[in-house]
Design a protein around this ligand. Structure first.
Ligand code: XMP
Ligand code: MG
Length: 210
């Protein structure tokens, strides 16, 4: 049998973290590790991590003896939920819902359930984890759907709260940041499925829209 030599590929890392986006030092011919910011950066990686730790601490206190089920709404809340659960020290479970309500950057107003929960939430404490609440229609639909299943409690945690265009106004129990009425991307949020991998949140430059 021929021996296969495994050669470690050298990875060029971006320069140490700063408050703004880091393009990274990329050697000629290599792909940059971090996409260039598609607009003004609203929340840096560090600001997001600080806020996520604060939210985790509040959840730790509020759910100390409850073993809540944290329900992430796919796909936008993936980055937020992944970071949030690692700041929580009390026992929790995680489940996912998939919803389709948007095409491109404006609301279609139609909410569809694409993937249901795997867990039975009857009698359980449920904390919904959303990336952004905009008109509130999506969260309104999801919360009504879950409430019918008679959880012991049902609360909402959103990383971003864009209240300017709110139609369905229901209280939000945990908010990361308030955002202006602009289309934001990064840290899980996308435009046409792109930019989810940015470690910061930026306003999408309108010049990039069709
Ligand atoms: P509603 O209007 O139902 O919308 O509260 C919630 C969902 O709409 C998406 N959304 C955005 N996605 N940048 C995004 O990447 C935004 O600025 C934005 N505003 C709303 C998002 O999927 C959210 O779950
Ligand atoms: Mg979403």
């Amino acid at each position: 049998m021929t021996d296969v030599a495994v050669v470690a590929r050298e990875i060029v890392l971006p320069s140490p973290a700063s408050d703004g986006p880091v393009a990274g030092s990329v050697a000629a011919g290599e792909q940059p590790l971090i996409t260039e910011a598609p607009g003004e950066v609203l929340f840096s990686t560090e600001a997001i991590q600080r806020r996520v730790r604060a939210l985790g601490a509040a959840i730790d206190t509020d759910y100390a003896a409850e073993c809540p089920i944290l329900v992430g709404i796919l796909r936008g809340s993936v980055a937020f939920l992944a970071d949030l659960i690692r700041t929580i020290t009390v026992p929790i479970e995680v489940d996912w819902l998939a919803i389709s309500s948007y095409t491109g950057h404006s609301s279609s107003g139609v909410v569809r359930l694409l993937k249901d929960l795997d867990s039975n939430i009857r009698g359980r404490h449920v904390l919904l984890i959303e990336d952004i609440v905009d008109t509130g229609l999506t969260i309104n639909y999801v919360m009504r759907l879950l409430q019918e299943r008679q959880p012991a409690s049902l609360k909402l945690c959103t990383l971003l709260n864009k209240s300017a265009r709110r139609i369905a106004d229901r209280p939000i129990d945990y908010v990361g940041f308030d955002v202006p009425d602009a289309f934001v991307v990064g840290y899980g949020l996308d435009y046409e499925q792109r930019y989810r991998n940015l470690p910061y949140i930026a306003v999408l430059d309108p010049a990039l829209l069709p």
